[in-house]
Design a protein around this ligand. Structure first.
Ligand SMILES: [Zn+2]
Ligand SMILES: [Zn+2]
Ligand SMILES: [Zn+2]
Length: 141
């Protein structure tokens, strides 16, 4: 059973690696459907859960509460994510690691984990925004 679904999982992994930044399961499913792979949405969800469990993919919650996925480097890290285009940058955050450890210790917590991701608008999208705003100004002038 698990064996039978291996190619589908590989296909989902490929699609995830090919995507720029974080994508939703639906978006991934749509791109697989466009290639007529016959992979269903439930299978995409299962494959993503498997990839996340083995550390081959990162998952996070968008500000809108949607689960997003990305093929990621392994090991603990954080992300800077553009909420406009989904582009993601992997970052290390030593001050956050220190703060998390100290805060957990102060409250007597052990084995503390944390997830800290920063959402914003990337430089490229911000540049596009101001270009569009300039165009609008031209039109109204
Ligand atoms: Zn990552
Ligand atoms: Zn962007
Ligand atoms: Zn951290």
């Amino acid at each position: 059973m698990a064996q039978r679904n291996t190619w589908q999982r590989e296909r989902v992994r490929d699609a995830l690696s090919g995507a720029e930044g974080f994508v939703s399961a639906q978006a991934l499913h749509a791109s697989l459907r466009a290639e007529e792979t016959g992979i269903g949405l439930a299978t995409v969800y299962r494959a993503l859960a498997g990839l996340t469990a083995t550390g081959e993919a990162d998952t996070l919650q968008s500000p809108e509460g949607e689960a997003l996925y990305r093929a990621c480097s392994q090991g603990h890290h954080h992300h800077l994510i553009c909420r406009r285009c989904g582009r993601a940058v992997e970052i290390e955050a030593p001050p956050v690691e220190r703060w998390a450890q100290e805060t957990a210790a102060q409250h007597g917590f052990r084995d503390a984990e944390h997830m800290v991701d920063i959402f914003g608008v990337c430089a490229e999208c911000a540049a596009k925004d101001s270009a569009d705003a300039a165009k609008k100004d031209d039109a109204s002038a």
